[in-house]
Write a protein that binds this ligand. Structure first.
Ligand SMILES: [Zn+2]
Length: 126
């Protein structure tokens, strides 16, 4: 009755990346419906991802993630990964993207200038 459609969630979970499911059962856990968590943990189990691996993923994410007051991680502005950096005015860094929220959050993949091959968000091509 709260807009939670278990069948749709189950379909979504079957198509989701393993990395995304891992994020949801760890750093976003507090914000998840218990029924959805059960489904996600079941799907991870089906993919051969054990509890140790889930726990390790959570520890690695929390080592860098920014925790919100509700206990979940701040989400990247460009994808569903947890953010590791927060900045203002990144439009000057990215240049090609004129309109942005005033405050950005970016994960390890999307934060500019991070070691290990950080990339800007995908631009509009060509
Ligand atoms: Zn990202």
């Amino acid at each position: 009755m709260h807009g939670f459609n278990l069948r749709r969630v189950a379909e979504y979970i079957r198509r989701a990346d393993t990395e995304e499911l891992l994020d949801r059962v760890t750093v976003y856990r507090e914000g998840m419906e218990p029924a959805a968590l059960d489904l996600m943990e079941g799907e991870l189990d089906r993919r051969g991802v054990g509890r140790d691996e889930i726990a390790r993923h959570g520890e690695e994410r929390w080592a860098e993630a920014i925790r919100l007051p509700d206990g979940t991680a701040l989400r990247c502005s460009f994808c569903s990964r947890p953010a590791v950096a927060r900045n203002r005015g990144w439009h000057r860094v990215f240049g090609v993207l004129p309109v942005f929220p005033r405050l950005f959050a970016a994960c390890g993949v999307h934060a500019p200038g991070r070691p290990g091959g950080a990339n800007p968000p995908p631009d509009s091509g060509s």
